[in-house]
Structure formats: C-alpha cells, structure tokens
Unconditional design. Structure first.
Length: 582
C-alpha cells in the first residue's frame, strides 16, 4: 500500500510516518508504496500491531542454473561452444591476447591500463565457435573474476614469460580450482629477450599447477599476443580441451542465462549483456532477471549485428528490460509477463526491506554508543558507479579491507548506478556517510546540497586508487592532497564542426562560471564521465573571452576531444591543495 493508504488505515498522520522513514535514512513521499516489512517497522514506533496477508506462492522461478542444467534430459542435449575466461596478473597481456584473437583494437584507452568491465565476445575457428569472457586483471576485480569463472568452461591463465608468477596469478589459480574448471596456461611475451618459459613452468609447479611438459595434466602454450605468435595453437588447444569436456546444452528449452554486465544507456534504456547457458532466447520473450522483468525487444551480438535467436554459450546484448539488473543475476524466460513483474516486485520489496534494516542500524546514537563501549566503528559509504560490475568489485575490495583490520569497518548503506542525486546526499546526512563516485558525478542540485550539509563526495576512475585512499583514511594516514573545487556547470545545446576538425560545443552555463585559464573540464553523458581534459578555447559570439558566467551562452572547444554531443553536460573545476581528510 501507499504511505497515504497506510496513514488512513492507522490514523497516523502522513507527516509523522515520513519523519520516521527519514530517521531511517529513507526519503519518500505520501504516494510511494511500501511493503509489509517496512510498514511493520514503522508501526512498531507507534505501538501498533500488524498482521501480514501472505500472497499465493509463485512457482517456476529459477534460483540456481546448475539445478536446471542437471535436470535436463540427456536426449535433448547437443554440443555447445566452450565459454573461455582469460585470467592472470595485471599487465601480463590478457587484453592484448584477446585483441590478437579477435584482431580488434580493444586494449587501448582504458583508464590506468585496467579493463574496467567484463566483456563477452564470440569468434569462429575451424567452423566452430568459442565464446570469450574478458575479465579484468587487477586484484580489485576479484569478485568479477570469480563470477566469470562460475559461468565458464575453460580458463586461460596468462603468465608473462619475462615477469613470472605474481600474487594475482596465484589468486587466479585459487579461483580456477575453486570453480573446478579445466585450465590452459598461456605463457605470453615469448618474443621478448628476457623471456624464460622454463622458469615460469617451475614457478607454476611450486604453486601446484603441473604443466604437461612436467608430467602434469595442465596444457601449456607459448604465445606472443603482440607479435601474434602461436595464437592458432592456443585456439586448437581450447577446442581440444572442449572436446574432452563434452560440453552440452538443450537449445530447445526456454532460455536461461547469466547477466555479465548491465547499464542504463541514455538513448537505449536498460542494456544488459547476457551469456545464454541453456535454451534459446528470442525477441518478444518475456523474461525475469533478478528483481527486474521485461520483454526482449531486440538482441545484438558483440559486433552489433541484430540477432533473431541466441543459443547456448552465446553472449548477447538485450534491450527491453524495465530496469537495470545486477551483474551475475539469472535471466529466465517466463510464459506470463505479469507473473514475471509480480516476482520482480516481490524481490524489490525484499531488497528495500534489507536496505531499510541496514540503514536503521546506523544512527548517530548507535555509532556513539559503539565508540564509547570500545566496539567496532563504522565508516558509512554511499557508492555510486557507472555500471553494476564496478559496484560488485568495489564491494569485494571493501570486504577485504574489513577483514584485514578490526578498528574501523566500512559499511555500504546504499549502492546504485548513474549520477549522484539529491536523495543520495540526504541519505548521507541522515546516516553520517561519505559519498564515493566511481565514474559518476553529482548533478548541480546534489553538489550544492553536499556543500551546504558538509558531505564529503570523492571521485575515482581507478579502483586501486579508491581502495588506497580508504585504507589510508582508516588508519589515519591520508596524506595532504589536491581537492577539486567545482566552479561551473553547463549544458551542451548544439555542436559545430570547424574546418580544422575541432568540434565547438554550444553551451548554456547553468551554474557558476567558466574560466578559460586554470580550469579543467569534464564531459558527462548520463551522469558518467566520458572525458576529462583542458579548455582549448572559449568564445562569446566571435570574440575570445576569459570568463562566462551563469545564464549566458558561449562556444567552447575541449582540447583533443571531438566526441561531444548535444545533451551532454560539462563540469568545470580547478585543483586546490588541502590536507587529506575523509
């Protein structure tokens, strides 16, 4: 029921109910729906007894893909392509290897040289297909790598021939063994003068990975991703291992798959990458994905080609979901869209109830009592990122920090994708939290509210920098640093291309001011940062100007950037040296 209906049923004023919810860190209005658990928590504050009317149980919902695959009849099973995950230490050449396999430039332009999101690609070799999941290599993405291993059939462990087995290599080995999937060792960079494949094999043996050359059962292939040496040999080994594994699925069944990545696209809506694991997915199918439902409108493969069907082991990008699912959620085809929506709504209610329960436990009174009693102190965090995959990776890294010491514990009280909003700032005020934006920025209203309320918002685009800052803050060792002072906001109303190939952005300054010297500019698209650079030129009509203030129009060129589009936003800032605090 809505808060208004709850107010009428109990005789409690709607304003009083909203106050109770705000104390718990939930900002709502009288037309917002609440579930039974939320209503019961509110009723306790007013000494009112409640009883729940339990709806009929909804059946036929998949919670575990393994159970479904095990239940399939052997007569319907057919051979399917292998799903391959590439793992290994950072900078050992995982993305370059995939680049060599696909003959496509995907390794350039990544922030910090780190693959920030999981991608899924399919290639054809000897009239047979192989699906690749490209998992990031930095240890901060352990959670994403583990999720990739659960959806994979074969793991390629990449080790640089000139560098050797590193901590993240050992970490990857542990995840492969835990997942129970076969492994192929790819010894990369054999074309370098310092390469020593035999030393690599000895180091692997010391970590309980015995390659076939040493009498073990783990195949090893020596390759060079940069020089494209022996790539065909690696692909043939993948097909050989796939034949030994006898991989099968039932393409005639209703589709079931796993979400590899999902995000909200400004022009296309919710976009999700799905790895089909059983059955065949088609346009117009009704689907349930975690706590989101929808009807598949259109499907694309990794090359952008529209598909009419997606069989087992096919990675496919789907449009038509009514929300953004979590990476790792299960996709299931449902006969009735109304039933799918009802199940999704129940799951959303459960998620909200858990969020409210978490927030209610982080009041100032609780925090003060824990400090006075010498118990664990909490560092409350609101986490906003550009895509769901980054959130899972950051959460996993925070869990590692929590386990490594016991003086301060990180507590994520809210997580989500998209721009940082005013409600995020309000929640930070109510729960004494800091806000972390990973490739996500606040809108002008949220930024003003944060400044007025003294809320700390920190921005990152590389996860290990985020975790390093958090770790230093937790032990009271955060060094003096530079603070960003945001001085202006503008909307891109129009774009013009000059004969010099530069693109002029026609701007309307919505807040603050733009200064030609001393400022940097971020280009934002749907709340996510797509470029961070310098101002090349600033004009009013045809005249160069030093400054443009709020409510005026101007033309601006961003240095070395031509992809600005109508509807983008720009944020103008400068760096100010301050003492490091969190």
């Amino acid at each position: 029921m809505t808060i208004r209906e709850f107010s009428e049923a109990t005789g409690i004023g709607a304003a009083e109910i909203l106050k109770v919810m705000m104390k718990g860190g939930v900002i709502a209005n009288i037309n917002q729906q609440i579930d039974y658990e939320t209503a019961a928590l509110i009723a306790v504050d007013f000494n009112i007894e409640t009883n729940e009317k339990v709806p009929e149980k909804l059946v036929g919902v998949v919670e575990d893909i393994k159970q479904v695959l095990a239940a399939e009849e052997a007569g319907n099973m057919r051979t399917r392509p292998p799903v391959v995950t590439i793992m290994g230490h950072v900078d050992h050449g995982k993305t370059k290897l995939l680049d060599a396999i696909r003959s496509a430039r995907v390794a350039e332009g990544e922030a910090g040289g780190i693959t920030q999101h999981i991608g899924a690609y399919q290639i054809e070799v000897n009239q047979r297909r192989i699906t690749f999941l490209d998992t990031p290599g930095h240890e901060a993405f352990t959670a994403m790598r583990a999720r990739g291993a659960q959806a994979t059939d074969i793991v390629i462990l990449v080790v640089a021939a000139d560098d050797g087995v590193m901590p993240q290599t050992i970490e990857a080995i542990s995840h492969v063994k835990a997942a129970g999937v076969p492994m192929i060792v790819a010894i990369n960079k054999i074309d370098l003068p310092a390469s020593n494949p035999d030393r690599i094999k000895q180091q692997l043996a010391a970590n309980d990975v015995i390659v076939e050359d040493y009498g073990g059962n783990v195949p090893s292939v020596e390759v060079s991703a940069r020089s494209k040496i022996n790539i065909d040999g690696l692909l043939e080994m993948i097909l050989l291992v796939a034949d030994l594994e006898d991989l099968k699925a039932n393409p005639e069944a209703s589709a079931i798959g796993t979400i590899i990545e999902a995000e909200l696209d400004k022009s296309r809506g919710s976009v999700a990458t799905v790895l089909i694991q059983n059955g065949t997915l088609r346009p117009e199918d009704n689907v349930l994905v975690g706590n989101v439902a929808g009807k598949i409108k259109v499907m694309f493969n990794d090359s952008g080609k529209r598909l009419r069907s997606a069989e087992p082991s096919t990675p496919v990008e789907v449009l038509g979901l009514e929300g953004v699912p979590q990476a790792g959620d299960i996709l299931q085809v449902m006969d009735d869209l109304a039933v799918a929506r009802e199940i999704a709504l129940q799951r959303q209610r459960q998620t909200r109830m858990e969020a409210i329960a978490n927030v209610r436990g982080t009041t100032l009174e609780d925090l003060f009592s824990k400090v006075q009693e010498g118990q664990i102190k909490d560092l409350n965090v609101i986490l906003k990122a550009d895509v769901q995959g980054s959130i899972g990776a950051i959460e996993h890294q925070f869990n590692q920090l929590n386990n490594s010491q016991n003086e301060v514990q990180i507590r994520i009280i809210h997580r989500g994708t998209g721009a940082i909003s005013g409600s995020d700032v309000n929640l930070a005020v109510a729960s004494q939290a800091i806000i972390i934006g990973f490739n996500a920025r606040p809108d002008p209203a949220a930024r003003h509210a944060a400044e007025q309320q003294g809320i700390d918002i920190r921005f990152y685009n590389i996860i290990y920098q985020l975790t390093d800052d958090i770790k230093k803050a937790m032990v009271g060792m955060l060094a003096p640093t530079y603070k960003e002072v945001v001085e202006g906001f503008a909307d891109v109303r129009e774009t013009f291309r000059l004969p010099s190939r530069e693109v002029v952005a026609g701007l309307y300054v919505t807040d603050g001011k733009i200064t030609r010297t001393g400022q940097s500019v971020r280009v934002l698209r749907n709340g996510a940062v797509i470029h961070d650079g310098k101002i090349s030129s600033l004009k009013r009509f045809k005249d160069d100007v030093r400054e443009v203030t709020s409510s005026y129009e101007c033309g601006l060129v961003v240095e070395s950037f031509t992809d600005v589009q109508q509807g983008d936003n720009m944020e103008f800032y400068r760096q100010e040296k301050v003492a490091g605090t969190l």
